[in-house]
Structure formats: C-alpha cells, structure tokens
Design a protein. Structure first.
Length: 711
C-alpha cells in the first residue's frame, strides 16, 4: 500500500457517508406531506418518557423542554430539517408536559393499608354484574374510622348479597373490607395501582353481607353526565338481557352498551381463544358499522323523497345525522379508548363531507391519536390504545398500497367473482390487523390465538351484515318497548358467532402461550412498524430491521428463577426444563395466575410438599424448601425453626417470616419485612452472581406508588 492509500480510503468512506446522508435527506424532503404524521409519535414518545421515569420530575422540566423545542424551531425556520427537528422536540416535550399535568390533576387520596371490616357509604356510580354478585363503584365515599382528607374519592366493592336492586345513582350503606390498589405482582408486571390512580380509585374490597339502600346525606352533590350515562347503560343492558336471557343476551349487551360482565365465563374464554375477543370490545369495527348503516339508510330514505333529493344537500344532512348517531353510540357504549378513536376518525371523515373536502385517512389517525392523548395520556400504556391504533394504522398503510389494485380487480370482476374480491379483502384485513396487534397481545396477555384468521373470516361478516344491523333496529324499537322483535334475530347471529368460537377454540393448538416479552423488544417492534407504516417510499423498508431485532429479543427471554409475592404467601421456582412451580395453588391465587401467564404456562409444575422434585432442584419438608440451581443453594423458609440449619448452607435466603438477623453470613437475605416494604421480588441466577429486583425498585417513587411504612 502506498502512502496515499489511507487518504484515498478515508476519502472514499467520507464520500460514501456523504452520499448516504444526501440520499436520506432527499428521501426525507420527498416525503414532506407525511411529516405531520410524526407529530403524534413525538407526542406519544414524550408521554412514554414521563411514565418511564423512576421519580417524579419537576414541572419546569416539561416547560423547559417545550421552550427549547420552540426556540430551535424558530432559529432553524429557514431549513426544513432543522424546523421539523424543533417541532419534534417540542412535540416530545408537549407530551411529557401533558402527562405531568394529568398526573397532578387526578391526584386523590389512596388507601395505604387494609382497613375493616367497617361501615362504608357512598353513591353507586357503576354496578356491573360479576360471577355470583355485582361489582359496585362508589363515589362520595365515607369510611368508618377514616378522616375525610384521607378518604378516597372512589372505591370498588364486590357485593355478593343483594336485598334491594342496586343500580347506578342509589346510595348504599354496607359493611366491607377495603385494601389499597393492587401493586404489580412481579417486577415489570402490569401496574394496577397506576391505572387506579388515574381513575381516582383509592381502594377496592368486598362487602360482608348485603348492602342497604339509604337516603342521600346532607351536602351530597349531583352525579352529572357520567352517572346519568351509567344508569342509562345499566337499564338498557337489563332490557337487552331480559329479552334474551342466555349467552347471546350477554353478548348483545356487550355489543350495544359495552357491558361485558353479563357474558358467561365459558363464552368469554371461547371468544378469547378463537381470536374473537375484539368483537366484544366496542371499537372501530362497531362504530364504523353503526355509522355506515345509518349513513346508507338515511341517505336512501332522503333520496326517496323527491323534493328533498332535488333541492337540498341530503348528503350533508345525512353526514350530520350520522355524526350525531355515532356520538350517541360513543356515549352509550362507555367511552372506551378504541371507541373514542373510531368516533374521532368517523367524525372527521363526515366533517370532510360537510365541507366538501377529501379526507386523508392517515391524517385522521394522527389527529385521533393526538386528541386521545391530550385527554388521557395514560391510555398510551394500555392494550386498548396500543392495539386499536396499531390495527388502524397498519390497515390504512396497507390499503394505501392495495386500494387501487383491489379497485381495478373489483371493477373488472364479473358478478360471480365479486364475492371473491370481498373474501380477499376480509382475509387481508384480518391478516394485517392480526399481525399488527400480535406483539401487543403477546406483551400484555402472553397468548396468541393461532386460528384467529379462520374464526374471523366466519364471524366478522355475520357481525357486519346481520348482528349490528339488528342491534340498530333494536335501539330504534326501544322507545316503543318492542326491542325483542330485533333482539331475537340478532341472537341468532350471535349464537352462530359463539358456535364458531367454541368450535375453533376446541381445535388442538388453538392458543399459543408465550413468556413475558421484554419492554425493549416491544419498543423495537413498535418503532420499526411505525417507520414502515408512515413513510411511502422505499426507505420505509428499513423499518423491517428493528422489527427483526425486536423479534430476536423474544428468543432470549429470561424468566426469573425464583419469585416471592408481596404479601409473603407464595413462592415460585423454575425447574431445569424452564417450567414454573408454585408453592400453593390456593394462597395468593391472583399472583400465581399472573406468574404462570408471564411464564407462558397454563398450569404450574408439581411442587413437592415433602420430598424432591423430578429434576432434583427442589427439596421440601414441613418447614421450607432448599432450591439448587447450578452451584447455588437457596433456602425458601416458611417456618422460623428452619433458619438455623438453612442459613448454614444457603447462598440466598428468601423467607416468608421475619429473619431478625439470624443469617449474618448469608450474602443475600430477603424476608417478610422486605417484601412488605418493597413488594414482590424476582431473582435470576447469572454467571457472575444473583440478580435481585423488587417491585418498588422497578416502579420507583411515583404518585401512584404506595409507601407501606407510612403510619
């Protein structure tokens, strides 16, 4: 090599780098009509950053970030790349600031320890049927022995006995045991307390005996729109299920008013395992069907009246009436996040009709995402928001590519072939929506319905062309008390869908259980999917790389070797074959079920009460167990009498009873006081030692985390 060779190589690499940068810059400028679509992505990133923090940030941080973004935008206003970089920074800071404001706005007292049995009074805001009783949401609560300043705004109580009908709006007095909102049952598991915090739900529990109806206390305030809608939904659900007192009635109530508590458990399981659970959650499909049916029927009726059709803009009249009908359905169905998204998109499409403008579908999803996050930024963390927007975005991106080929095929197809066009469109829609939502189903629910395509091909057309039209007719007949005329044929279609669900869910291998996906894997998959969907040119294909990287992460999921629950009642250990065993099937059942689900198991492996497990890892007696993995020995102590012997041989002690310094030579000791303060613990055995993580460490110190040491 000559002396000039390194210089030539450096210049070559520099030229290649400049060429790559120029190509990326050119692609970016060529996609300027798509830049706006990244605003909700930036906004959502700011919201996610807020919730990812382990301590509550000062308010000035979000304000300062927004200011920096706006300054950068102003300074770089002459350059497109710099201007949009500033917009992105401002969008991230705006999402962060909105999440901060929302967390401060909803702050309300929460219980920090179990109380009761004691007297609890309040007004019933919601009354949802559950197996063997009702689950009441109470507001304007008074709790015996608790100061008003420390009393939660809302509590949820499960009621098993009911003397008088308990419906929304009545005041009740009952004897109950209340507990703080549930913390995660393992580090990284779903945070029920965070969701409760944003719902202003300060505690939950169960009633002892029946509730007693009472008169409203002096100073009680009105219930407002929420209470009125809740009472309306309850009464409508009662009428719907009275007309069809079976599983079909429960499904009809879910589809019409968003009340899923009346569906028998076996039907819910069948729908879930067949991949049809989305039909029970009112979403874009249902709102779109309601809007489409109302629009087509009204416009046809107006067109039959010749003076109206010739002299007035009946299309705009129809669009306005359809918006009102969709809004009414939104209110009646319970205002879930997918319903909000679907209504906003439908309303914007119909607004374009009123203004004689052409709607841009991907812009609709962007505006809908911004609107939902502005009102409830915490919804970003929930499966409803993620799955709803993922499916809608993926479908819009797909049909941006396939719309013209499908339209040409339909235009050229003969009458006998057109059903095949529809069948192909339904198949494509189901596949795209299934692939788009699968990562979120795996992350949140640890399950994938393997035959969902087959089930949806049969169930979606029945829902679209039979069930929902009869549901609209039932709404129209309700003022006359004749809804049974429509609910009866509606039930025929529901029974057909339930038959499909039971059949498909009964096939071998209908459900694949998967271990809990790392959050990093989900972030990579989401980032790649967004890149793939929002751009139009070839560089969108670079989004495949992070998707593949996220899927590769899944192959290396490392589940904990040992778990202990936050109430000091349950152990779990991992055997050599990767299966999880529980120390009890009856104690801390809720935690055990979630641990199994996050391990990708339906049933626990056997736990030897006295003896040794099949792989030799776990040996137990009446006082506790010894768990051996590699060269590490762990003592799982259930009785203080075991401490002396176990501490002499163990490298790690996990005790359901207080240790009180009995194991000074053991490097790591976690006892009953530790789990009381820090919540559930998880342990991983690694080459360089034992990795320990508690729920409190994973959650940090946030407004929704509880301090158990508080007096």
């Amino acid at each position: 090599m000559t002396q000039t060779d390194p210089q030539i190589a450096t210049e070559t690499r520099g030229g290649a780098g400049r060429g790559l940068l120029a190509a990326a810059s050119g692609a970016f400028l060529a996609e300027r009509e798509r830049w706006f679509l990244w605003l909700p992505v930036a906004f959502g990133t700011g919201v996610a950053l807020y919730f990812a923090l382990l301590s509550e940030p000062p308010l000035w941080l979000g304000i300062a970030g927004l200011g920096v973004g706006l300054v950068v935008t102003f300074i770089a206003r002459a350059h497109a790349f710099g201007r949009w970089t500033g917009f992105a920074l401002a969008g991230i800071a705006a999402g962060f600031l909105v999440a901060q404001y929302r967390a401060a706005e909803v702050e309300a007292p929460m219980l920090f320890q179990e109380i009761g049995p004691g007297q609890v009074t309040g007004r019933v805001l919601e009354a949802r049927p559950v197996r063997g009783g009702k689950r009441l949401l109470l507001e304007q609560v008074a709790i015996e022995g608790l100061d008003a300043d420390a009393t939660p705004e809302r509590v949820r109580v499960t009621l098993r006995k009911e003397i008088d009908p308990i419906i929304p709006g009545v005041w009740v007095d009952l004897w109950a045991v209340l507990s703080p909102p549930f913390e995660p049952v393992a580090p990284g598991a779903f945070d029920f307390a965070r969701r409760a915090y944003f719902e202003r739900l300060g505690g939950s529990g169960y009633a002892l005996g029946a509730a007693r109806l009472i008169e409203p206390p002096a100073g009680a305030t009105g219930g407002g729109l929420h209470l009125w809608l809740s009472e309306l939904r309850y009464r409508l659900a009662e009428r719907i299920t009275a007309a069809q007192d079976n599983a079909a009635g429960g499904v009809a109530a879910a589809l019409m008013v968003g009340e899923r508590g009346r569906i028998p458990e076996e039907s819910l399981v069948a729908m879930r395992n067949a991949g049809l659970a989305h039909l029970l959650a009112i979403s874009g499909l249902h709102v779109g069907l309601v809007a489409g049916i109302v629009f087509v029927v009204l416009r046809a009726l107006f067109a039959l009246i010749e003076p109206l059709a010739l002299r007035y803009p009946i299309k705009k009249w129809t669009a306005l009436a359809t918006v009102l009908a969709a809004f009414a359905y939104l209110l009646i169905s319970g205002l879930s996040v997918p319903t909000q998204r679907a209504f906003l998109m439908t309303a914007l499409v119909l607004l374009a009709v009123l203004l004689d403008r052409t709607s841009i579908s991907m812009r609709l999803i962007a505006w809908a995402a911004i609107a939902v996050l502005l009102v409830s930024p915490e919804s970003l963390l929930g499966p409803s928001f993620q799955m709803s927007f993922a499916a809608a975005t993926a479908l819009i991106a797909t049909y941006e590519i396939c719309r013209r080929p499908l339209a040409r095929w339909q235009a050229r197809a003969r009458c006998g072939v057109r059903p095949m066009v529809y069948f192909s469109a339904v198949t494509l829609t189901t596949l795209v929506a299934g692939f788009a939502t699968a990562p979120f189903a795996a992350y949140h629910f640890n399950r994938i319905a393997d035959y969902s395509l087959v089930a949806n091909l049969g169930a979606v057309p029945i829902t679209a062309f039979w069930i929902m039209p009869w549901g609209i007719v039932a709404f129209l007949l309700m003022p006359f008390g004749a809804e049974a005329l429509a609910l009866t044929p509606m039930a025929w279609g529901i029974e057909a869908v339930l038959w499909i669900a039971r059949t498909v869910s009964g096939w071998p291998g209908a459900v694949t259980l998967v271990p809990a996906m790392p959050i990093g894997a989900l972030v990579l998959i989401v980032a790649g999917s967004i890149w793939l969907c929002l751009w139009r040119r070839r560089w969108r294909l670079f989004g495949v790389l992070p998707i593949v990287g996220g899927l590769a992460f899944v192959l290396f999921i490392d589940t904990p070797d040992i778990l202990v629950d936050g109430r000091g009642k349950l152990f779990a250990v991992k055997y050599a074959d990767g299966t999880l065993a529980l120390s009890s099937k009856t104690r801390a059942r809720f935690a055990g079920e979630i641990w199994l689900r996050r391990s990708g198991q339906a049933e626990p492996a056997p736990w030897p009460k006295e003896g040794t497990s099949a792989d030799g890892r776990l040996a137990c007696d009446r006082l506790g167990c010894i768990y051996r993995a590699g060269d590490r020995v762990t003592a799982l102590v259930a009785d203080p009498r075991a401490l002396i012997d176990d501490c002499a041989i163990a490298d790690l002690v996990v005790s359901l009873v207080p240790v009180f310094g009995a194991c000074p030579e053991v490097p790591i000791v976690v006892d009953r006081f530790d789990v009381w303060r820090e919540g559930a613990y998880a342990f991983w055995f690694e080459d360089d030692g034992v990795r320990v993580r508690s729920v409190r460490e994973a959650r940090g110190e946030r407004p929704w985390t509880l301090d158990h040491t508080r007096k």
